[in-house]
Design a protein around this ligand. Structure first.
Ligand SMILES: Cc1cc2nc3c(=O)[nH]c(=O)nc-3n(C[C@H](O)[C@H](O)[C@H](O)COP(=O)(O)O)c2cc1C
Ligand code: SF4
Length: 485
């Protein structure tokens, strides 16, 4: 992963330890309305892909154990990982593109209800993503993937009648610099990082038709999650995926769904309206968007504030704000690997690590989040805002709420490090909390598509009865139980 050049080492701590009276009067432990639901507190576990579904995208026992473990710590809400809305194979990532996925998801809801004794509300993140290929070997790309065009012949000073195999043979003999001159920038990128579809590829019928197909796909998926018993959905409009790409200022589609901010928000709004119309009124429908894309040419702060206003005007129930996580600045993958959107600077901003710059990894998204929330309040909207990024103790969480940064506190890695941290706080057992160190060991596992665990607990009590281990047999899959005494 990209790291800031300063490489200042930041350490986490427990912060100011609250006494019982402080906890009682805190915002963190105060209830909040989200749509027609009430969250018991402002604590929220954002979506985290743990690589525990099976190859067909079904819920497995390991998925149940993973969410059950978070639920045992009774956060007010958990958002289940990015779950694919299409009925297409996508490896061990959860899917909800067909009714056959409903029974597994129903079990998942049941498990969370049981473990939290009904205290945790359960949402699920719905995602659409476009195709991406692994970085190809040069000869494979030139001989199989590259479509030979008249431009190649022209750049090589060849007659128009030169057969494709001869053009390919000539391209194969060029050195890197010469080949780069002959290929288009897009072809060069496909060769050096692997081909990746973009929402601007409107010459491809399935991409051109996304505005027609996506509202229905999202709505049907949302309906299935309602049937499975979830409390609501989070539409994934963030990071490197389809909907975020529509919102991005890099979206130059000329069909009314790209270019101006007004055109870019059109499809995300249409998807929301279709989902809203399809599910019951008390089913919560929110979205996750980027407060800042952190890429050159990305949407401005004004654009994003305006998107938030549009979503609030449309009646969205909550907005969760993330940061970065784009393909645009991803590192070149190794040959045979696919690009990963969290390897560049934008990826760092999404999941900041303990080696940081003078701003540090804690609350890097607060300023942008607060600006969006302030714009909403000014316009008279009270749509709850979820903040995330480096929040790891009561002091930072409560500080963000008191400072009007957000209404809800998302803690992804802190909850992974210690799923009981909120319960420990509430019980006055602050000293027992395992505080995330922002090593990004977990994120490294995610990047390698390995089952995600935390370095603070994945080697402890391995030989205890009933401990489920990772595929490599070296790590426990869920955090040890906490004996509350
Ligand atoms: C292993 C892992 C998987 C993640 N998967 C998702 C995901 O499926 N959807 C999403 O919106 N964010 C995902 N994220 C980002 C987190 O939700 C969160 O925004 C980010 O980690 C910053 O918050 P934190 O500092 O509290 O961890 C993931 C993060 C991690 C560490
Ligand atoms: S491995 Fe554990 S300590 Fe390290 S960043 Fe992930 S959750 Fe935090």
């Amino acid at each position: 992963m990209w790291k800031p050049p300063q490489k200042i080492r930041w350490t986490t701590g427990k912060g100011v330890v609250p006494d019982a009276a402080t906890l009682r009067s805190s915002r963190l432990f105060a209830p909040l309305r989200v749509g027609r639901l009430t969250l018991e507190t402002r604590t929220w576990v954002p979506a985290m892909v743990p690589w525990r579904a099976d190859e067909q995208g079904f819920v497995t026992d390991n998925v149940l154990d993973w969410y059950g473990r978070f639920a045992k710590g009774r956060p007010a809400a958990i958002v289940v990982e990015a779950t694919g809305i299409r009925d297409v194979p996508s490896g061990p990532l959860l899917r909800v593109g067909h009714d056959r996925f409903i029974p597994g998801l129903e079990k998942l809801v049941g498990r969370v209800r049981d473990e939290s004794q009904g205290h945790t509300r359960l949402f699920i993140q719905l995602i659409d993503f476009l195709a991406i290929r692994r970085r190809p070997a040069r000869d494979k790309f030139l001989n199989r993937f590259l479509v030979i065009t008249p431009a190649h012949r022209e750049n090589l000073d060849l007659p128009e009648t030169t057969p494709d195999p001869d053009v390919r043979a000539l391209l194969g003999g060029l050195d890197e610099d010469a080949l780069k001159e002959v290929l288009t920038p897009r072809e060069w990128q496909d060769l050096t990082t692997g081909a990746r579809e973009r929402v601007t590829d409107t010459h491809l019928p399935h991409i051109r038709d996304l505005p027609e197909t996506l509202p229905d796909l999202f709505a049907k998926a949302a309906l299935r999650t309602q049937q499975a018993g979830f409390d609501g959905v989070e539409l994934h409009y963030a990071h490197a995926y389809t909907m975020a790409s529509f919102l991005s200022a890099t979206n130059t589609r000329s069909d009314g769904f790209g270019g101006t901010a007004k055109n870019r928000v059109k499809l995300p709004l249409e998807v929301f309206h279709k989902v809203r119309k399809t599910v019951e009124q008390d089913f919560v429908v929110g979205a996750r968007i980027l407060a800042d894309e952190i890429v050159d040419g990305g949407s401005t702060a004004q654009d994003v504030q305006w998107f938030a206003l549009e979503f609030a005007r449309a009646g969205m129930d909550f907005l969760s704000l993330s940061r970065g996580g784009k393909f645009d600045d991803a590192k070149q993958p190794k040959m045979g690997d696919a690009a990963y959107p969290y390897t560049g600077q934008s990826g760092y901003e999404c999941m900041p690590q303990f080696l940081s710059d003078e701003f540090g990894p804690f609350g890097r998204n607060f300023a942008a989040t607060k600006a969006i929330r302030t714009a909403l309040k000014k316009a008279g909207h009270h749509m709850p805002i979820v903040a995330a990024g480096g929040i790891h103790n009561f002091e930072t969480a409560e500080g963000a709420l008191q400072d009007e940064v957000a209404d809800i506190i998302g803690t992804a890695r802190q909850s992974l490090a210690d799923p009981d941290w909120i319960e420990k706080l509430a019980a006055g057992q602050n000293d027992q909390i395992r505080t995330c160190e922002y090593t990004n060991y977990c994120e490294g596992l995610d990047q390698k598509h390995k089952q995600v665990t935390c370095k603070l607990w994945d080697r402890s009590e391995l030989d205890k009865d009933g401990v489920a281990l990772s595929v490599d047999g070296k790590r426990r899959l869920i955090a040890p139980a906490w004996d509350a005494g």
